[in-house]
Design a protein around this ligand. Structure first.
Ligand SMILES: NC(=O)c1ccc[n+]([C@@H]2O[C@H](COP(=O)([O-])OP(=O)(O)OC[C@H]3O[C@@H](n4cnc5c(N)ncnc54)[C@H](OP(=O)(O)O)[C@@H]3O)[C@@H](O)[C@H]2O)c1
Length: 247
């Protein structure tokens, strides 16, 4: 039976991916910064482990406790909206620490085992903002663009060992806790000169005619995990697919 380890399972896409694979009889290791058993259905195939992807010791402990993994999903991520000149470097580093370096560190941690077994899949969740740029998201977009490039090069490097790497690119998903979780980090990021631009951006966010749902992301991760012919980049959600077609 196959085993998947997913980061950031306390809410949103990570939680839905965990449910999706549990429903399909996989062993699921759902990791969370603050473990909570009540968010997922009880199952003998489910293990919940603590994991903060920005903490090397936490990564080591989780990987040691997890044992062999067939699929790693680097889903944990944080958002940041603001004008570049209004964002402190502390916040910039925080974004890259989780979205980019956390993804790289988790990948490094599972690779020796996957390479030796000559099988495994690494799936990195980035974003459709890497397909079509939007204003006031430069830092977040940079953190996810880096993961796209990292993954595409990694896929070539791992192919001789029978290990695959993919990026799943979700569109905007107002149904997750992403915006709410990013809220406190957005304080003071919009200098007065950018207020008009920010108002227009927030106005556009009100349009929910084409959005991504958590199940779209779970289905894209399923495709990456189970279809050896899956493309390296997989857009997830109606809006992301439309952007990818136009990109
Ligand atoms: N929602 C969108 O519009 C959207 C669009 C495109 C891409 N994405 C990407 O999709 C992924 C999932 O986002 P979501 O929409 O599901 O948001 P979410 O509901 O906020 O979920 C994010 C998850 O990441 C976890 N996390 C944050 N920092 C972490 C860390 N240092 N170590 C481990 N876990 C950490 C959070 O845990 P806590 O509960 O502990 O904070 C939470 O479980 C992210 O990578 C995000 O960038 C989101």
């Amino acid at each position: 039976m196959n085993t998947i380890l997913i980061t950031g399972c306390s809410s949103g896409f990570g939680l839905e991916i965990a449910k999706h694979f549990l429903d399909r009889d996989w062993n699921v290791i759902a990791t969370m910064r603050t473990p909570r058993a009540d968010v997922l259905p009880a199952s003998p195939r489910l293990r919940i482990l603590p994991l903060d992807v920005s903490d090397e010791r936490s990564i080591r402990a989780a990987i040691d406790a997890a044992g062999p993994i067939d699929v790693l999903v680097n889903n944990a991520g944080i958002g940041l909206l603001g004008a570049v000149e209004g964002i402190s470097m502390t916040k910039v580093r925080e974004i890259f620490e989780t979205n980019t370096f956390g993804t790289i560190a988790m990948t490094q941690a599972v690779l020796p085992h996957m390479r030796e077994r000559k099988s495994g899949v690494v799936i990195n969740v980035t974003s459709s903002v890497t397909l079509k740029s939007l204003p006031l998201l430069a830092v977040y977009t940079g953190s996810k663009m880096a993961v796209n490039g990292f993954t595409e090069s990694l896929a070539l490097e791992l192919a001789p060992f029978g290990v695959r790497a993919h990026v799943v690119l979700p569109g905007r998903a107002p149904g997750t806790r992403f915006a709410e979780n990013a809220g406190p980090r957005m304080e003071g990021n919009i200098p007065e000169s950018y207020a008009g631009l920010a108002a227009a951006v927030f106005e556009n966010f009100k349009d929910v005619s084409q959005v991504t749902h958590a199940r779209d992301v779970a289905e894209a991760v399923w495709q990456a995990a189970t279809d050896p012919a899956a493309p390296v980049r997989i857009p997830a959600g109606e809006d992301a697919k439309a952007w990818a077609a136009g990109a």
